[in-house]
Design a protein around this ligand. Structure first.
Ligand code: NAD
Length: 371
């Protein structure tokens, strides 16, 4: 066999094993059709790694990821591990992988698929097809944080008690490389780039704006505009179809992409790609978490994970035909009326066509529709 790829699979916690299992099945099926070999090895991270090894991100998992061509991740976390101290929580596995693999660019496409009928909770969503380019290894999630007992008082004499703090820090180099990615994607799409920030309040945001303006001189074909994040949340609801590429910081991207997930139907539909510099391994995962409320019930929508494989093949491994085949199979399956509960809730144009399916049945149908 010619093309082989070393893929690390990290199922994680909650629905992670269910949705990542679906993604692995689709990857194996499509690879047979398109003549490449994914060599898949499974590793632990998150809550299950805490249970097995006492740490959320074992060194051997990170090393395997660094040695791989690509990583396919389910999700981590859950109430079982919520009381653990901050440095050992399952979510540290995700932050550790992003930092350790230098995955600074997180791409989160959100498209309203016409096959889903009126699944969007918006009355007139229009043709939503946007890409959120989120900075992933800086900002407030990685800045200095802590908590201390304060002896100070509020104006009315109330003792402050414990004070906690998180710090948003960004360097010029970190901002420049992610905004550049934004411009590059905008060039390949409809040549519109929106920088989302909070420049009226935050000095980091003002640095983002300054760098974006300077870089825009190198990309004269791209129309650059700016929106405050609070305004952007409103505009994403009132005129989502007018957005194309959004570039933004770690926390704003995290929040806005859940909103993008909801207006396009469900967080269970949205994939993501996390990339570093060219030639480095990438990480592909759904934008959703471990959904403890539906874990183990065969109810989770596997499409976000399956489309994460599609992004991996298209953006990272150069297997474009196989990637297109996955997207077509997902669209056909939805057009045929298959719905997991999360995308059946808002009703659908033709209710007679709709069949409620499990995670496994949705995956079976997508595999069967691969051409
Ligand atoms: P979540 O995304 O897990 O769930 C939010 C809601 O969306 C829930 O009602 C859930 O049932 C639903 N949902 C999520 N994925 C779905 C799917 N594929 N199909 C159908 N419905 C789906 O977010 P949360 O509840 O805020 O977090 C739960 C846990 O996941 C927490 O421990 C959190 O820290 C963790 N988390 C992990 C990641 C990650 O691993 N990258 C990301 C976000 C949250």
């Amino acid at each position: 066999m010619g093309r082989t790829y070393n893929i690390v699979s990290i199922p994680g916690d909650g629905i992670g094993p269910e949705t990542n299992g679906a993604a692995v099945r689709v990857l194996e099926a499509v690879s047979e059709k398109y003549g490449f070999e994914p060599r898949i090895t499974e590793y632990k991270a998150g809550g299950c790694a805490i249970d097995a090894y006492g740490v959320p991100l074992p060194g051997e998992t990170l090393q395997a990821c660094l040695d791989s061509d690509a990583v396919l991740l389910g999700a981590v976390g859950g109430p079982r591990w919520d009381m653990i101290e901050a440095e050992r929580r399952p979510e540290q596995a995700i932050l550790g992988l992003r930092k350790g693999m230098h995955l600074y660019a997180n791409l989160r496409p959100a498209t309203l698929m016409k096959e889903l009928g009126d699944v969007s909770p918006l009355k007139n969503p229009g043709n939503i097809d946007l890409l959120i380019v989120r900075e992933l290894t800086g900002g407030i999630y990685f800045g200095k944080q802590g908590a201390y007992k304060s002896t100070e008082k509020l104006f009315d004499g109330t003792r402050k008690g414990t004070v906690a703090f998180d710090t948003e820090t960004y360097s010029e180099a970190e901002i420049e490389r992610i905004i550049r990615r934004g411009f590059e994607f905008a060039l390949k799409r409809s040549k519109k780039l929106t920088l989302v920030d909070k420049a009226n309040v935050l000095s980091t945001s003002r640095l983002w704006r300054q760098i974006a303006r300077t870089l825009s001189e190198e990309y004269p074909e791209v129309a650059l505009d700016f929106l405050y994040v609070d305004n952007c949340s409103m505009q994403l609801v009132s005129r989502p179809a007018s957005f194309d590429v959004i570039v933004t910081s770690n926390m704003f991207g995290d929040i806005l992409s859940d909103l993008a997930g909801q207006i396009t139907g469900s967080v269970g539909l949205l994939p993501s790609a996390s990339l570093g510099n060219p030639g480095m391994p990438g990480l592909f995962e759904p934008i959703h978490g471990s959904a403890p409320d539906i874990a183990g019930q065969n109810k989770a929508n596997p499409i976000a994970s399956i489309l994460s494989v599609q992004l991996m093949l298209k953006l990272h491994l150069g297997e474009k035909d196989a990637a297109d085949s996955i997207l077509e199979a997902v669209r056909k399956t939805l057009a045929d009326g298959a719905r997991t509960p999360d995308i059946a809730v808002h009703g659908d144009g033709d209710a007679k066509k709709i069949t409620l399916v499990t995670t496994e049945e949705m995956t079976d149908r997508i595999v069967a529709n691969l051409e």
